[in-house]
Design a protein around this ligand. Structure first.
Ligand code: IMP
Ligand code: MG
Length: 192
């Protein structure tokens, strides 16, 4: 997408509707409630993409959950993670002996998650599980490491419900496939 301006990117067809999101998030919350009975899990949200999912998920969990947030930024190409992750905002709480649930918006290559998992494990939580709203439907990631998964999604760039492109479209209530608006691009060769 090298020469594409943010203005030419528009949300396209709905992949996951608001209703489908609400139903699935409710199911994930019920699973967490059952799995963590009598415990007070610490939800760790990865900013910014997970903020909306985490807020709905937490309200679907009937336990005394606590919250913390981390912000990371990955270097490199704007729409693909490079695997080199920088902590922009660290956690406030101590993870020692806590039951931590890492809440992520989307697992693509899994590189960001692998890095975060290493950092969090080094802080000696009692347990660490991952709850990802979306997981890319590809072979290059071992999904066995994900305890809770909302939806498997195709290899399209997605926006809405927290997910952005260039910081836009996070407030869409559903998840949509990103489209290119029809406009002349540099990719069109001479005479074509
Ligand atoms: P990974 O390290 O390749 O797994 O990339 C994960 C991160 O890349 C996610 O947490 C998102 O911030 C971002 N990302 C990957 N795919 C998408 C997408 O389709 N839309 C918006 N952000 C995405
Ligand atoms: Mg993210």
């Amino acid at each position: 997408m090298g020469s594409t301006s943010p203005e030419s990117l528009v949300p396209g067809r709905v992949l996951i509707s608001e209703g489908e999101l609400a139903t699935r998030v409710g199911e994930l919350g019920a699973s967490i409630t059952a799995d963590y009975a009598d415990r007070a899990p610490l939800l760790v949200g990865v900013l910014k993409g997970a903020f909306m999912f985490m807020s709905d998920l937490a309200r679907a969990v009937d336990l005394p959950v606590e919250f913390d947030f981390m912000a990371v930024s990955s270097y490199g190409h704007s729409t693909r993670s490079s695997g080199v992750v920088r902590i922009v905002k660290d956690l406030d709480l101590d993870l020692a002996d806590r039951d931590v649930i890492l809440v992520e918006d989307i697992i693509d290559s899994g590189l960001t998650l692998g890095y975060l998992r290493k950092i969090l494990m080094s802080r000696n939580p009692a347990s660490l599980e991952v709850c990802a709203l979306l997981v890319r439907d590809s072979d290059d990631y071992d999904e066995a490491t994900l305890r809770y998964v909302g939806f498997r999604v195709p290899d399209d760039f997605l926006v809405g419900y927290g997910l952005d492109v260039a910081e836009r479209f996070r407030n869409l209530t559903e998840i949509r496939v990103l489209d290119q608006a029809a406009e002349p691009t540099e990719d069109a060769g001479p005479g074509s």
